[in-house]
Design a protein around this ligand. Structure first.
Ligand SMILES: [Zn+2]
Length: 179
């Protein structure tokens, strides 16, 4: 025997009554698939919006889930928040001076022009190089990029995307492994 989910009708005649007309959920989905967005209620013979019927059965489930959240004790929530915070802190890489130097050299090696660096930031990280990293020469620009990435917490993204764009660059491989 197959289990059927029955969706109660929400037409004006059925809504709120004890015996609304019901539609098997499966059949409603079948209608939608066929591009038929209305179904006739057998009680009122009115056309009912199929998508709203499905939404109505999904909504209580969604709100049940939401309501279950505040039942957590404040302490539990506090602990969860602390856990989340410490996770975030762990994800932020702090570079030593030597590592910063290595990363600088690796990035300079992998992205030998300002244009390439600009492309990496724009395509992979959705950042505009000019908005935060000025500088007269490429070395200065890359240095500013690293400092900003460190300060704003997207250094890991920077290193990973740089390596993905240049998977064979030995210096990048070395610094990625070190971090
Ligand atoms: Zn109805």
């Amino acid at each position: 025997m197959q289990f059927q989910t029955l969706v109660p009708c929400n037409c004006t005649q059925c809504l709120g009554t004890e015996n609304p007309y019901t539609y098997p959920l499966e059949k409603l989905h079948k209608r939608l698939k066929a591009g038929v967005y209305e179904v006739q209620c057998d009680n009122s013979y009115k056309d009912v919006d199929v998508r709203r019927l499905i939404d109505d059965v999904n909504l209580p489930r969604a709100s049940e889930y939401r309501e279950s959240q505040p039942q957590d004790t404040p302490l539990q929530r506090e602990l969860e928040r602390e856990k989340q915070k410490s996770l975030n802190i762990n994800q932020i890489i702090k570079l030593s001076g030597q590592q910063r130097k290595k990363l600088l050299n690796a990035l300079l090696d992998a992205f030998p022009t300002k244009f390439l660096l600009k492309q990496l930031l724009s395509f992979e990280l959705d950042k505009k190089l000019e908005s935060f990293a000025g500088g007269d020469n490429l070395q200065e620009v890359v240095f500013n990029v690293i400092e900003t990435a460190e300060a704003e917490g997207w250094l890991e993204e920077l290193v990973c995307s740089a390596k993905e764009s240049n998977p064979k660059n030995a210096l990048l491989i070395a610094i990625t492994q070190e971090l």
